[in-house]
Every structure is written in C-alpha cells, then in structure tokens.
Design a protein around this ligand. Structure first.
Ligand SMILES: *Cc1c(COP(=O)(O)O)cnc(C)c1O
Length: 370
C-alpha cells in the first residue's frame, strides 16, 4: 500500500543528517529539533500554535481534555472513521454521538450533524477522511449557531486546503478551534515511529493543551490538574523536519497517481472513483473506490493473487463495533456508512508510484472487476 523504503532512499542524506545531529547532541526529549520542526510546521500550516505530541490519538485526547468538558457531554463524530476519533471521547467519559456520512465524499453529513444536536452537545469532531476536508463552511456555521467547539481530526489530511465562500483559504486542521494530526509512518507526513501534533490559533487553548500534555503543569513540578505525558521525540522531529520541505511534492505525487487512477477507471459502471468536494483539495491519504454491482471481497482476493495490495478502510463503522454498542444505535441506522463498509476498496497510494505500477494496478483492477 505504501513504499517508504524508496521514499527514504531519495532523501536519505537529509534524514540521516538530522538523526545524527540528535544523537550527537543527546537532546532526545524536548531538544532543539522539536522546536525547529514546530516552527516550520507553524509556517507551513499557518497555525498560530503547533503543539507536537506523541501520536494522533493523543492529539485528539489532549484537545478534548483542554476544553473543560464534563462527563456526559456529547461529542458528535462520524460513524465511518478510524476508531481513535470516538475512542478518546468514550475514554474521557464523554458521550460519542455518531452520525452518518455522505455517499459522495464519505465525509460527515452536515444534515446528520444538525439532527444530532441536543442541549448536551458540546463539540463536533469532523474527520477529513482519506485526505479531503469535510464541509467546514457548514460545520463552522452550525458550531457558531449552537456554541460548539470544533476539533478537526486532520490525521489523514495534512496539507489539504479548504476555500470558504468569501475566498479565504485555510489548511486542514487550522479551521476549527483545534486541529489534530498524526505522523504515523504511512500518513502523508510520516515519521519513523509514532508522532502527532495539535494546531490552534487560540493562545489560551494552546497554553492549556501544552500543560495537559506535560503532566498538567504550567510550572515545573506544580501540577494544577491531572494531565498526561505526550511528547514528540527529537529523532522523530528531525525526520519530520527533513520531510516537511518535500510535503508539497509528496502531495503532488499522490494527486498525480490519483489522476491516473481516475482516468483509467472513468466510465466503468462498477467503479465510482473518489468524488471531489468543491471547496477542498484532496491530498489522497487513501485512494478509495466504491465498487457497485460486483463482489468487493472477490475483487480484493483477485488482486491479492496478482500481488496487488488493496485494503478495506473501514470494514465496520463505529456504531456496529462491539466496544461501542449503544442502545441508541442499531444496524440500519446509518445506511450510507453501512453501504460503504461493503463496497469501499482502497488501492495502493503513496509518493513513489510510477506509471508502470499504475498501469499494472489499473489493468488488473479492471480485469478483476470483469
Ligand atoms: C491515524 C489516525 C488517527 C490516529 O493517529 P495515531 O498517530 O495512529 O494515533 C486518528 N484519526 C484518524 C482519522 C487517523 O487516520
């Protein structure tokens, strides 16, 4: 699905130099590399504050911890996403309220959000699924109307740009009160281990989140509340700082591969290619087809026989997960997500796909579909 080895070979000297610097300085935790990367990521994203943390799940958890929510407060999130989004909500004793997604973009349904709002709703956590922003114009308007926080799960969408009706453009993760991203190795900006970051333009929230991530202290050894320990280590920061200058090229490479796929599959009645949201660029963390009128699992098996990896993101929506069983929800409640779980298929998507590979993949997908 990804080819991190080839990518490394192209930037080996830059990466190795960064890692060596950290080892020579022995500043493994909170070293200057972390501060440098943080400053560079602030420049890149336009976020006033970037707070590096241990991983994307921590980023979401710390964001929610900083909002001062109380047990039983409701947090709206899409049912079709990676589990981390709802997991942190549940773990903090908040109530995840799941809503369906749109068939075209696979992103959270704005209608669904509207219907899910109750007096207990405190926050919306939209997920920019597969690398394309959710409908942030509408989501921000709903949040304003109902005085809700917006915490963007931008773990799959770093570098995606959203353009508002008034012409302003902002990056994924810098639109809501808080944005969260992950540097998991296969993410669009990935390190060689775990990593994550939080974005915000709000000074007070930034201070609070730094304290949450640092054992709940503003002043060393003075613990004002119960926090956590979550840090991006210096070696990962050095790797990310070496990769960040390449991020725009990496996004362009993914978009080129996606355009190749789009063209090859155009007009096939069984294949729906990813739909573009008018207002968002797509950075293709995943290139996810919806297959109609064919047996998706058979197609996947057939591709595996031809050495083509293909993955199902995601096979089970939140409301059907064993751990998230909730008397409020039952099978059939979120028909789009339940349809998607049976028809999505993600194809290999990374920065190193060449035309020969793309030709092989698309030819075999078309054959497997028949
Ligand atoms: C990857 C991902 C996360 C979690 O990131 P980790 O760094 O693995 O903790 C959260 N949400 C979404 C949508 C993701 O894709």
């Amino acid at each position: 699905m990804v080819d991190l080895q080839t990518q490394y070979q192209h930037i080996k000297s830059e990466i190795d130099r960064g890692i060596e610097e950290v080892i020579n300085s022995a500043a493994f935790i909170k070293g200057p590399k972390v501060a440098e990367f943080q400053a560079h990521l602030e420049q890149y994203t336009g976020a006033k504050h970037v707070i590096p943390v241990g991983n994307g799940t921590d980023a979401l958890q710390i964001a929610l911890m900083a909002l001062g929510l109380e047990r039983g407060d409701e947090v709206i999130t899409p049912t079709f996403t990676f589990i981390a989004t709802a997991e942190v909500v549940a773990w903090l004793g908040l109530t995840p309220v799941v809503v369906d997604v749109d068939w075209d973009t696979m992103n959270i349904s704005v209608e669904g959000i509207r219907k899910a709002i109750t007096p207990k709703t405190k926050a919306i956590v939209p997920v920019h699924l597969f690398g394309q922003c959710a409908n942030m114009e509408a989501i921000m308007a709903i949040a304003k109307e109902h005085h809700l926080y917006v915490v963007e799960d931008a773990c799959q969408a770093i570098g995606a740009k959203y353009t508002f009706a008034d012409g302003t453009t902002k990056q994924a993760g810098t639109i809501g009160d808080i944005g969260c991203t992950s540097f998991f190795p296969s993410k669009n900006l990935g390190c060689y281990g775990d990593g994550g970051a939080i974005f915000t333009n709000d000074d007070a929230l930034a201070e609070r989140m730094k304290a949450v991530a640092n054992h709940g202290c503003f002043v060393r050894y003075h613990h004002d509340f119960v926090g956590v320990n979550s840090r991006l280590d210096s070696i990962q920061a050095a790797i990310l700082d070496a990769k960040l200058p390449h991020l725009n090229d990496y996004i362009a490479a993914r978009q080129r591969a996606a355009a190749y796929y789009d063209k090859a599959f155009a007009g096939n009645e069984h294949i729906l290619v990813p739909e573009h949201e008018l207002h968002s660029t797509h950075v293709y963390h995943q290139y996810t087809l919806r297959l109609v009128g064919v047996d998706r699992d058979k197609v996947k098996e057939e591709l595996a026989k031809r050495d083509i990896p293909a993955m199902i993101y995601y096979p089970i929506p939140l409301h059907l997960q064993k751990a998230y069983q909730d008397p409020r929800y039952k099978a059939g409640d979120f028909p789009v997500a339940e349809r998607l779980m049976n028809c999505v298929l993600s194809l290999p998507m990374h920065t190193e796909l060449d035309n020969e590979q793309l030709e092989y993949i698309t030819r075999n997908v078309l054959e497997a579909i028949g």
